[in-house]
Design a protein around this ligand. Structure first.
Ligand SMILES: *Cc1c(COP(=O)(O)O)cnc(C)c1O
Length: 799
């Protein structure tokens, strides 16, 4: 039998690039050989994309993000290049199963959650829409921690995603920049100012190609790694100080070691500020270098570069660009400020006060003395403008200032990002409106044209085509394949909701996906699940505002009801939870333990056998999400209204045919508008009602008036689910009586009623199936292609 050319190429790569004989190769060797072979095709397109952008003098988009939660890349690249069946066949000739090697590709977990995943979806959409773009971030050696569950508790382990090397990446030793810290600012003759850092390290670019849909374009994800100038100080080494001789290299390696594992509490750590400056500085230097090389005139930067700040983590880039313009390119301060503002856009991701980044002024000044001067100069200009604006009083001036003077003085990164950008966007309609009314009320009064909305999206390639091939094939069969190029065409599916035979096929796809997930869960945790039960999923970071605890309280109340009334016609349910808690966030970790304690008790109770199961799946990441989304029937999006900026998990689930049970929060509101009020289950206080209630809220009274809630709380508090440590949850639930910050008591009854409404709908399979199909049909608008088109048109001004 003759080998196909592709199979021969893979074998050749295995031999000459990996140095392995076919007979001795391990699965990881086959994976690397496959990626390296495919990469040749990608490189050709990559260079073509870069050449074309250069030749056209095109404006480039730069997306700065401390997180890129990209997940696995092989499946994505194969699907986008349209080469999956070809590669599958070639590997089969060699006795290798493509799915098996895909499954051992490490999940690049360079992000915490939604914010990092958004950056990854945006990169894919930018390439799919043929827009020249670079993503800039950090190449964390360990990234986000890997979560193990030990006796119900979260344990954090390092993620060793680079253990087998990374065949996707290219080191760019020539693209390296000095990044300094500390030292002093000196004035030269002629008034020029110069920063002399006390320490410094080198940022080196490591590039990963990002392949767009149909291989239309390949963009670059440029992640910075750090190294010392002198890998070893021989003077010290020879003097006997062997460890001191390596201190510079150790410091560099520490900087890029881990992603600070928090998405909504200020790190409060010098290392985090160092990471932020390190990647911002390297990125801005790279952007300015490229601009000068291509165009030779720094004043045209805004015409050729649009820099988007993903949250405030890269906000120091505003000061860094000012430093380069003023100190290195001799641009006058006012002109430099105009250039910076025309170049930057800023995306806000949270309104939670504790999540708004600010740095102690002494720390900022010690690490970045020149930037501190520039921040003061920017602030002087900003406050002068504010003073001259009618209606801005002293209180507003205090709120607008880049320096927080209430207590210990701090530099407000959100204000710096706002002041330094021509566009400030929220990520869902409600969030954008709340931004105008709360955090940025005064800055908005000063600059009323800057805040705009760009509702988040998700890439339908990964979150439908790749993760749910069964549904994708069914949709193509029902409405033709055009939806693959334009997700808005999913709307053509709506009439098929009324077609019983289509509904049956849709139900069969969902059931097959549930069987696959149940198999995976049995293999991973030993738990058996009934694929005919309602799969009710809440998968996302564990955080009090996301209210996993509300779901658990309702689970306990349901458990009580089933035991009290076993004769009733209960809908069999499986409650699935997954998510990581920030390691320093005690309550979140306790909620994970509670979920596991509740699961152990309920799953072992014969009284509810076949009716209720609870599972906590460890290590939620992109690859696990890709398994869960296609198998979900019900999507829990139950954050306290006004607190979830957008959510994107809600979009992935609805796109895969889950019905949402949710509050009127974040993008849930827009999902409701698009899938139709009858195809979503809404409950709870609105954001306005929460704000109203906050002034006069007595959770104890609400709890006392709701026996189901009171009983669930007292069962948990008294140790029913934790007989080994009966007091474990006394504090967690006891606190709710007096300080129910997230309004669990206020929303419990409405939530429980909504769950019974879900049961009623589930008992009508035709009605449920039709609603699920209408969800899929309505979700095309949430493609990140639509979001990116809006950014391109309104913020970046690129065609
Ligand atoms: C989509 C996604 C998220 C965001 O989920 P939300 O429900 O919007 O918070 C977090 N983590 C992973 C792995 C995801 O894929």
């Amino acid at each position: 039998m003759t080998q196909s050319p592709l199979a021969a190429q893979i074998v050749d790569t295995l031999k000459h690039r990996i140095g392995k004989d076919e007979r001795a190769a391990h699965p990881h060797d086959w994976l690397a050989a496959t990626i390296l072979t495919l990469r040749n095709d990608i490189i050709d397109r990559w260079m073509e994309s870069t050449r074309a952008a250069h030749a056209a003098g095109a404006k480039r988009v730069y997306y700065l993000s401390l997180e890129f939660l990209i997940g696995r890349l092989l499946r994505d690249a194969l699907a986008n290049l349209g080469r999956d069946s070809e590669v599958r066949d070639a590997l089969e000739e060699l006795g290798i199963e493509l799915a098996a090697i895909e499954a051992i590709e490490p999940d690049a977990a360079l992000g915490n959650g939604g914010l990092g995943r958004l950056a990854a979806c945006f990169m894919e959409s930018l390439a799919s829409l043929d827009l020249p773009a670079y993503g800039y971030g950090i190449r964390y050696v360990n990234g986000m921690f890997r979560q193990r569950i030990d006796d119900g508790w979260q344990v954090e382990l390092p993620e060793t995603w680079l253990a087998h090397g990374n065949p996707w990446e290219f080191e760019r030793r020539e693209s390296a920049y000095l990044v300094g810290f500390g030292g002093e600012v000196v004035s030269e003759d002629g008034g020029r100012v110069h920063w002399k850092p006390a320490e410094g390290l080198e940022a080196m670019a490591v590039d990963t190609p990002v392949v767009g849909w149909r291989g239309r374009r390949v963009n670059t994800l440029r992640l910075w790694t750090a190294r010392a100038f002198d890998p070893i100080r021989l003077d010290r080494f020879n003097a006997g100080d062997h460890q001191g001789a390596l201190a510079g290299q150790v410091a560099a390696e520490t900087l890029v070691r881990v992603l600070y594992p928090a998405d909504s509490t200020p790190a409060g750590q010098e290392l985090r500020l160092r990471q932020e400056y390190f990647f911002s500085s390297a990125s801005i230097q790279d952007i300015v270098r490229r601009h000068m090389q291509y165009f030779g005139d720094i004043t045209t930067l805004p015409e050729k570069a649009a820099i988007q700040l993903n949250d405030t983590h890269p906000a120091v880039a505003v000061a860094e660009l000012m430093r380069l313009l003023v100190d290195h390119h001799d641009v006058a301060f006012d002109e430099a400020w105009d250039i910076a503002r025309a170049t930057f856009g800023y995306t806000n991701h949270t309104l939670l006060p504790e999540a708004l980044e600010s740095w102690p002024l002494p720390l900022f000044e010690r690490l970045l003395p020149r930037h501190m001067q520039l921040v003061y100069a920017i602030n002087a200009k900003l406050l002068k403008e504010a003073r001259e604006t009618p209606g801005i009083d002293d209180r507003a001036i205090t709120a607008i200032s880049l320096i927080d003077e209430g207590g210990e003085r701090r530099v407000r990164m959100a204000n710096l990002a706002f002041a330094g950008a021509h566009s400030i966007n929220g990520v869902a309609a409600l969030h954008t409106e709340l931004m105008k009314k709360t955090v940025f009320a005064d800055l908005h009064r000063l600059y009323p044209d800057r805040i705009n909305n760009k509702t988040n999206g998700i890439t339908p390639r990964r979150w439908l085509h790749e993760c749910n091939p069964g549904l994708t094939a069914l949709i193509a069969d029902g409405i033709g394949p055009a939806f693959k190029d334009d997700a808005a065409k999913l709307s053509r599916l709506a009439p098929l909701a009324d077609d019983p035979s289509f509904r049956e096929r849709f139900a069969a796809v969902k059931r097959a996906n549930k069987v696959a997930l149940a198999d995976h869960i049995r293999a991973e945790t030993g738990l058996s699940l009934d694929p005919d039960a309602l799969f009710d999923v809440q998968v996302k970071r564990i955080h009090e505002y996301k209210r996993q605890l509300l779901n658990l309280l309702e689970t306990v109340a349901l458990y009580d009801q089933i035991r009290s009334h076993p004769e009733r016609d209960w809908v069999p349910r499986v409650k699935l939870f997954a998510g990581k808690a920030a390691p320093s966030y005690w309550n979140a970790k306790l909620i994970i333990k509670l979920a596991n304690d509740i699961a152990r008790r309920i799953n072992g109770d014969p009284a509810v056998q076949g009716l209720l199961k609870v599972a906590f799946l460890p290590n939620y990441n992109v690859s696990l999400a890709e398994r869960i989304m296609p198998a979900a029937d019900l999507s829990e999006q139950i954050s306290t209204a006004g607190m979830e900026a957008s959510g994107t998990g809600n979009m992935k689930l609805a796109l895969n045919g889950a019905l949402t049970i949710g509050t009127l929060d974040g993008a849930n509101i827009e999902i409701k508008d698009r899938v139709g009020d009858e195809n979503i289950v809404i409950f709870g206080l609105t954001a306005d009602q929460v704000a109203e209630r906050a002034r006069n809220y007595h959770p104890r009274e609400m709890i006392e008036r709701c026996p189901a809630l009171a009983q669930a709380l007292s069962a948990i508090a008294s140790g029913v689910f934790s007989p080994d440590d009966p007091g474990r949850y006394a504090g967690l639930v006891g606190e709710l009586y007096d300080h129910d910050r997230f309004f669990l008591a206020a929303d419990f009854e409405s939530y429980a009623a909504a769950q019974r409404e879900v049961d009623r709908r589930w008992r009508d399979p035709a009605g449920w199936g039709a609603a699920a199909i209408r969800n899929v049909a309505g979700m095309g608008w949430f493609s990140s292609d639509r979001t990116i088109r809006e950014y391109a048109r309104d913020i970046w001004h690129v065609a």
